[in-house]
Write a new protein. Structure first.
Length: 51
């Protein structure tokens, strides 16, 4: 499992458009936002536990 520092690096690597999309989606559709976030994590190479 990746750690918080790895997650933080991934968040900082997102361009403004992707980060804005993610932030705008959370209040409206949390489930979709989590799917987007998991995709970004996978694309970055993070290993996570969905629990």
């Amino acid at each position: 499992m990746s750690n918080f520092n790895d997650f933080q690096k991934m968040i900082h690597s997102l361009n403004k458009e992707k980060l804005s999309e993610l932030c705008e989606e959370f209040p409206v559709n949390h489930e979709a936002a989590m799917s987007i976030l998991f995709k970004y994590c996978s694309d970055f190479g993070l290993i996570y536990d969905s629990q």
